[in-house]
Design a protein around this ligand. Sequence first.
Ligand code: C2E
Ligand code: MG
Ligand code: MG
Length: 696
Amino acid sequence: MSALTPPLSDEQRQALQEAARFRLLADNVPVLIAQFEVSSNRCQYANRRYAETFGFTPESVLGKTFAEIIGAEAAALIEPAVARVAEQGRAATYERTVVRPDGQTHHLEVNLLPHLDEQGCAVACFVLITDISKHRRTEAALRESEARLEKFLLASVEGIVFHHQGHITDANPPLCALTGYRRDELIGRFVLDFVAPEEREQVQAVMRDGRELRYDSAILHRDGTRIPVELIVRTLVRDGVTLRMNIVRDIRDRVAAQARIRHLAHHDPLTGLMNRAAFMERLQHSLQRAGRGEERLALLFIDLNNFKRVNDSLGHLKGDQVLVTVAERLRACLRGGDRVGRFGGDEFVVLLDGVRGHGDVLAVVHAVLSVVEVPVDTDGRALSVTPSIGIALYPEHGTDAHALLQHADTAMYEAKARGERQFQFFHPEMAQTAYADLVIESQLREALARGEFELYFQPQVEPETGRLVGAEALIRWRHPERGLLTPDTFIAVAERHLLMVPLSQWVLRQAAEQARAVQRAGLPPVPIAVNLSHLEFRIDGFADTVARVIADTGIPGAWLQMELTERMLMDDIQGATATLQALRRLGVSIAVDDFGTGHTALAHLTQLPLDKLKIDQSFVAGLPHDRGAMAVTRAIVHMAQDLGLRVGAEGVRHRAQWEQLQVWGCHELQGELVSPPLSASDFLAWAQAHSGRIPS
Ligand code: C2E
Ligand code: MG
Ligand code: MG
């Protein structure tokens, strides 16, 4: 074939190449293209997309009129526009909606371009049709979302603010309500002006990075109040502008609740002071800091005297008031850096930072002692709640929190033992007693259950005849390893840890049983004297306990005697009088133990329902050589006689003592010379031998 066709000229080849390029281009652009002859309205050219859109091929569509291609109806609509292009030689654009055979609606943008000859007359008309359906759909969606956003803005109960590069473009009514500004006052202003100063840096960083997130921040109300808020930040485009949308949620309630929870977790709800956990944390922290430098610390352990009495007698409400008052005063007398905590009950702790020496600590201790004294009116009786303070210093008394606390506590006990309104610095010997205390306490708890206690009895005799007239019950602990222990090794510990109450009840019962045993053995009954502890004597209903023991064992009350110290009587004269009267009604007699060592006002001796005074052994020991002891003992004996009370002496070891006491007219003698304390069975044997007997 190539041999027959004449070779193409360069121009012809170039024209062909151009035509091919045009067709390739025209068939591949997403536009419908056609050319119509103006005079005939017939199609001179159509690209594939155009032809196929109307159900033709690029070849079959050639020569067809508008009407034949797009239908008569559509042609009628567009013919005026085509005519205008032809007449005026100017381009025209219009939009048309067509429904395709598949039922889909299409939006078309039609561009008509005239093809002009040399005289400027339109000979042909180019038709360029673009399917803008997608564009229209996006627009509609945008309009819808705009409407939705608008609705959301107005309906939201949370504040919403829009800004463009930091400048507020819109805000909804709740945001206006939250900030106190009108919408028009907000629009155009810089968003950071409404952020709390300390939050600005973070808000600015979020804005700069364009991050979408949720975070807590704070804004300012018109009146300057800081409002904690949660911000939810999103970026969106509105009317072609990139905006930042902030949902501003008021979290004042949440923040307040969280603060309350945090406070509760770290504070004592009654006084608002730090609780144990928070104080210990604080102490650890201070120790760590002090450990790095040369700093010294002081830990004060404060326990209230008389608090339990206030609580027991006046009720918890009054007790709570006292605690609150003490807390307030402690807080008021400390420096800003000092920490106060309450460990529960009437125990307070104070941590002093930056202590230079004892002087610093003493200043605080004296301040505490002088302000923490709460007078309480208990039924007309003035009672004072005062502090006892134990002090441990870092680093000399301990380097960890636990040891310091333990040592301050130990020192506090020592202070308390010395009386009210006292303080005591820790010293190492205390640690040993404290340790022994701890060991004894744990063993004591089991000793009662294991029956390790025994009650011994020390006889009391008439000096003239040596006849048995009574006995004192004295407790002993048969310790599995340490053997027979006397009360001085364990009574104080038992009292401190409230173990004395069950122990005393056991003693009372055993004493009553022994009185019964004496009678069963056919001997003349004698009163068995029981030593009372501070604790049990103060418990309400103590007399009832005694009554129960008497009833249970079936003995007359007169077979029991109660020994109390002067201090027990003087601490609470009215309370003591009532209890003593109740005991007296049971037939039980009352003896004042260790008489002469306390400070009983003589006037009270006549008021209290007493039966007997027991002269303290320290005076008896001085007989007959110590003039002072002689004078005091004689005075006590004579005073007792004048008051109509019986008088006894304990610790009688020598014949001379016996004789002297007998001369003065002392009624009863007790001591090693008579007999040491004896076990229950030995005592019975001894009693058998000494009932009505005159000693050899
Ligand atoms: P107390 O009531 O003054 O008891 C007298 C103490 O003097 C007893 O000591 C007794 O053994 C001791 N004693 C008696 N005669 C002599 C003597 O000639 N020379 C010497 N050196 N001592 C003598 P004990 O049994 O060690 O009791 C000490 C304290 O323990 C008692 O002092 C009493 O206050 C208390 N106690 C003893 N038993 C009980 C008890 O069951 N309950 C309570 N609450 N306290 C008790
Ligand atoms: Mg006694
Ligand atoms: Mg005594």
